[in-house]
Design a protein around this ligand. Structure first.
Ligand code: ARG
Ligand code: ASP
Length: 715
């Protein structure tokens, strides 16, 4: 009996320790179904993914190539995050109709707003095509030749594999090139805005609360997919009709509790779970700190200006938020990797791996992988650092340099493709730059330049610093550029770009701002990029063989999932709180009471709309409340990453219970090392979404479309 208990305990620890992973929906049956059922799931793998009948996957489109959405009515209504719909909500906003500030609700279908470039993509079918992709590759020896052959095969197969005329084939690599999978997809391009709460709900807490638990953000927006008369994809037309989905999610408002099974389906972008310890160490000690330092400096400058000047705040709010998002993530990631001893965990894994290689008699094939990694990562260190610094300083955070780089590319284009290409690009550039200058403040960027260029001079590996720049003074150079360069205003740059190619190139080469970015870029492309690419190619090959070996030498029971690659995945776990640090315990649910606790009247991050305060005071929560309180958000052990925003959170029956939108700060390392102790995804509770749509916005037209499963009334 005691033995059995210990055994059970052991099995339990194994299961919970093993959670995490982003799984391929078509392979759940063999790999995950049993574990999912043990965790509480009541539906089958076949209900999640099937080709011959409708299944959950038919209700989960990729949203605009970067987020996830889910279908929630038989009239093509979809739900995604407010931050995923943000650009579209913004694009319809004017001073008279400020939908970002006030929210937007279509009370009739005629009022729904078309969006020019927005699209959603459904998966029709998933198929393994590894053998076809690798045909003729094994005979080649050079890595570059292998890659070329693979790319050729993929482009031929994408065209030749069977599909309907309105569909697309897309072949993607899994397990670092050890498996290739075909996705047959359908893309709908008439997607209209249906509803969005005011930012004081949809973006409540903004940057201060970003990546943070406890969270109180109603991060959702609603759209509708339109199709032609045959329910097929079609460009926008007023004659299009609401899309009839193969499946849509029933919504459960029955309530949630800790340890309930949850599952998240969506399109996670990128993870690196199988990096060797040397690579993780490099991220912790060299690369993340460098990137954080650059962004830290840029954000401090912008914040200083934004606090003093309202016009600058409007110009920089969105740029600031996007730079701050990964700045904050990298800080959390670095801390988490250190705290969880990720490097030591990986080293132990590598020790065991090496022993398995010996036990299997595979030294010849796999014996040198780890030492190869060590050599490669030591060799690439300075190049990788230079690459990250160049990218962050010149291409991402100093606006005048980022802009200058576009002119640099224009010059390159002229050198390789000639006059016609030059003219086309120049005209495009001029047209596109209006938007850039609308939100550009030379005063802000001069200070950013000064700070970031100083980091460049100090931190960029000395051997790669262009000689024309190495003795410059950041602050003197900043004043020179911002008083003489034509890049600082729209009128001046238009003048700079006027004339035939020869004249324009002569003029830009005399410009003080252009000279700096040209020296930086030339130096980078000559002394860093080629060597970086060469070592990186070796690393890619080593990583592929390492992954192959891990798959081959691990026991059948080991759960080895492929890294995220923006394809549809399923992850599952349980609703659970966590303990971020000594003496601190976080509960898994937040409530509207917490919104009111954070409320700062008039604040741009923590203001609360009056109507919501009234509903709170009246406790007018309808069927959405629970024990007199209004649930807002919850966390669980689902393994998610960027791209999972907007993903449906489902219960054991496959009913919608929430909408994924973030992760907890202490667990953002999950892209590199997932620890079930500390990694949690954050979801907005579907009851909060419905409460806002119904009680706050009064949009019962939308509520009526949905299939809502409410608890049975007790009399
Ligand atoms: N951290 C979340 C994600 O990576 C939300 C980002 C949007 N919100 C913000 N305050 N920037 O996308
Ligand atoms: N907020 C992220 C997204 O937009 C999700 C995450 O990184 O957890 O996809």
């Amino acid at each position: 009996m005691k033995f059995l208990k210990i055994l059970l305990l052991f099995v339990f620890v194994q299961v919970s320790a093993q959670q995490g992973g982003m799984w391929i929906p078509s392979l759940l049956k063999g790999m995950n179904e049993t574990e999912m059922k043990n965790l509480g799931m009541k539906i089958s793998a076949d209900d999640i993914y099937a080709v011959n009948h409708s299944s959950l996957k038919d209700a989960v489109p990729h949203f605009d190539g970067g987020c996830t959405a889910e279908v929630i009515s038989d009239k093509g209504l979809i739900l995604t995050n407010h931050h995923c719909g943000f650009d579209n909500i913004q694009s319809h906003s004017t001073l008279e109709h400020d939908y970002l500030t006030d929210g937007f609700w279509a009370y009739k279908m005629e009022d729904e707003l078309p969006n020019k470039d927005l699209f959603v993509t459904f998966i029709v079918r998933i198929e393994d095509v590894t053998a076809k992709v690798l045909e003729g590759v094994s005979g080649l020896t050079a890595e570059a030749d292998k890659q070329k052959k693979i790319q050729e095969n993929i482009s031929i197969l994408n065209k030749s594999l069977p599909k309907e005329s309105w569909q697309e084939n897309s072949i993607r690599t899994f397990y670092d090139g050890n498996q290739y999978i075909l996705f047959v997809t359908e893309t709908y391009r008439d997607v209209r805005l249906v509803g969005a709460p005011p930012s004081s709900i949809g973006k409540f807490g903004s940057d201060t609360d970003n990546w943070v638990w406890p969270r109180h953000t109603g991060d959702f927006s609603l759209f509708r997919i339109y199709a032609d008369k045959n329910n097929k994809p079609a460009a926008y037309s007023k004659d299009n009709v609401p899309y009839k989905p193969k499946h849509f999610f029933p919504i459960s408002v029955k309530g949630l509790k800790e340890n309930d099974f949850t599952m998240v389906m969506g399109y996670p972008g990128r993870t690196q779970e199988y990096l060797p310890s040397v690579a993780v160490n490099q991220i912790i000690t060299d690369l993340n700190p460098a990137k954080i330092e650059v962004r830290d400096a840029a954000l401090k400058v912008q914040d200083g200006f934004m606090r003093k000047d309202n016009a600058i705040k409007i110009q920089y709010a969105s740029k600031y938020a996007s730079v701050a998002n990964y700045w904050k993530k990298w800080i959390g990631e670095t801390k988490g990797l250190k705290k969880s001893n990720a490097v030591a965990v990986k080293q132990q894994f590598e020790k065991d791996f090496q022993q398995k290689v010996i036990a299997a008699g595979k030294q010849a094939e796999y014996g040198n992988l780890l030492s190869d990694f060590e050599k490669n990562y030591a060799e690439i260190r300075e190049y990788a650092l230079a690459r990250d610094l160049f990218t962050e300083i010149a291409l991402r955070n100093t606006e005048i340099l980022t802009l200058g780089y576009k002119l640099y590319q224009l010059e390159q284009l002229y050198n390789t493709k000639g006059e016609q290409s030059f003219n086309d690009r120049r005209n495009n550039l001029i047209n596109g730059l209006g938007d850039f200058y609308k939100d550009f403040s030379p005063a802000v960027d001069q200070k950013v330049f000064e700070q970031l260029f100083a980091i460049y001079l100090k931190k960029y590996p000395k051997q790669f610093l262009p000689s024309s720049l190495e003795n410059s003074d950041a602050s003197a150079l900043a004043s020179e550029i911002f008083s003489t360069s034509q890049l600082v205003s729209y009128d001046k740059i238009k003048e700079l770009l006027t004339g035939d190619s020869k004249t324009v190139l002569e003029k830009i080469n005399k410009d003080s701002g252009f000279k700096v970015i040209k020296a930086m870029a030339d130096g980078y492309l000559k002394s860093v990029a080629p060597k970086y690419d060469e070592i990186n190619l070796r690393n890619i090959a080593t990583q592929r063989t390492y992954m192959k070996a891990i798959l081959e030498l691990s026991p059948k029971s080991a759960r080895i999932f492929p890294d995220a690659n923006s394809t549809l995945r399923v992850t599952y776990g349980k609703i659970k709180g966590y303990k971020p640090s000594d003496a601190v315990v976080y509960e898994p649910f937040t409530y509207l009471d917490g919104v009111m606790e954070k409320y700062i009247p008039g604040d741009y991050e923590f203001d609360v709309p009056k109507k919501l305060i009234d509903l709170y005071n009246a406790k007018d929560y309808g069927i959405y409340g629970s024990k007199g309180k209004m649930p807002v958000a919850f966390i669980a052990t689902n393994h998610t990453t960027g791209g999972n925003s907007g993903s449906p959170a489902l219960d054991a029956n496959g009913h919608l219970i929430g909408l994924n939108f973030d992760r907890v700060w202490e667990g953002t390392m999950s892209d590199i090392y997932y620890s079930p102790d500390i990694c949690r995804n954050i979801m907005v509770d579907i009851r909060y979404v419905l409460f806002i749509v119904d009680k706050f916005a009064g949009a019962d037209n939308l509520i009526k479309e949905m299939k809502i499963i409410a608890p049975k009334k007790k009399n």
